[in-house]
Design a protein around this ligand. Structure first.
Ligand code: MEV
Length: 306
């Protein structure tokens, strides 16, 4: 039996803009998805999660099913029972799909001796996300595989974040595929306006790199606030997201913004560690579900191999 886990992530800057080649800075967080794989002759493939127990099923378990289909191109994956357990809220912009994808690849890679490197796992994970979602940047799968704070597309590791991080879930479902398509339409309709907005978002990561490396979280927070406004301007905000963002700022966060595709899903705030409880309480009082977390250096981890 082999268990691998992979982390979720937050965007400090750059979601949506990264789809157009702009810079983004992402940070792996200590919320993990664990995938346990076990040889089991009584089944062909069994996949079990909170969503149910299925065989290969592209509706209920699209990412794990797509991983198996792809890996069968070079490995005889058969007679395996897969169990998924996750701390990451599903479909809410914190990277649950990337984490389950790369953790599954890593566990099957070990069980079937495929010898994929971490770079190859991240690349395969990205291909699976594109296949399932229609479009995806390599950001989520890369950061979940490697951990740490990463500047994309350069894949440059920055200094780890050492301050309080609180995620606020609006509990409103949003579709990354639809939101990415909406931004594409807006960009086509108003190229002179949306182009510069996306470039300005990209510039935040360029400025943010030095601020992160200097641990200047107050300045990082200021830029996050500006990034939130720009995300709102390209139509991926919502009243629920902004309520949680303002609640976090008003309770002492350095800054707060949407994280991920937006539309619903989650926001993230950075704060002095002493203020995490206050910010989390304010997010809950504003109707969200807070999650207090930390940055993590650890990407894919082999949790057990017996
Ligand atoms: C989704 O987590 C982030 C987006 O930038 C899409 C992507 O990068 O694939 C909205």
């Amino acid at each position: 039996m082999i268990t691998c886990s992979a982390p979720g992530k937050i965007y400090l800057f750059g979601e949506h803009a990264v789809v157009y080649g702009e810079n983004a800075i992402c940070c792996a967080v200590d919320l993990r998805t664990r995938v346990q794989v076990e040889l089991d002759e009584s089944v062909s493939i069994s996949i079990e999660s909170v969503l149910g127990k299925t065989g290969i099923d592209l509706d209920i378990h699209p990412y794990v099913s797509a991983v198996i289909k792809r890996m069968r191109e070079f490995a005889s994956i058969e007679g395996v029972s897969i169990k998924i357990d996750s701390d990451i809220p599903v479909g809410s912009g914190v990277g649950s799909s990337a984490a389950v994808t790369v953790a599954t690849i890593a566990a099957l890679n070990r069980m079937f001796d495929c010898n994929l490197t971490l770079e190859e796992i991240a690349k395969l994970g990205h291909e699976v996300e594109i296949q399932v979602q229609g479009a995806a940047s390599p950001t989520d799968t890369y950061v979940s595989t490697m951990g740490g704070v990463v500047m994309i597309p350069q894949r440059k590791k920055l200094k780890n974040i050492d301050c309080g991080i609180v995620i606020g879930n609006t509990n409103v479902f949003s579709s990354t595929k639809e939101l990415v398509a909406n931004v594409a339409k807006l960009r086509e309709s108003y190229p002179q306006i949306i182009g510069p907005v996306l470039s300005a978002i990209g510039s935040m990561s360029e400025i943010g790199e030095e601020l992160v490396n200097n641990s200047d979280y107050a300045a990082v927070g200021n830029l996050m606030n500006i990034n939130h406004g720009l995300l709102d301007s390209i139509g991926v905000g919502s009243i629920e997201l902004s309520s949680l963002v303002y609640a976090a700022r008003n309770s002492g966060a350095f800054g707060a913004k949407i994280t991920g595709a937006g539309g619903g899903g989650c926001m993230v705030a950075l704060m002095d560690k002493a203020k995490t409880e206050a910010v989390a309480g304010a997010i809950d009082a504003a109707g969200g579900s807070s999650i207090i977390t930390n940055a993590t250096e650890h990407g894919i981890i082999m949790e057990s191999n017996s």
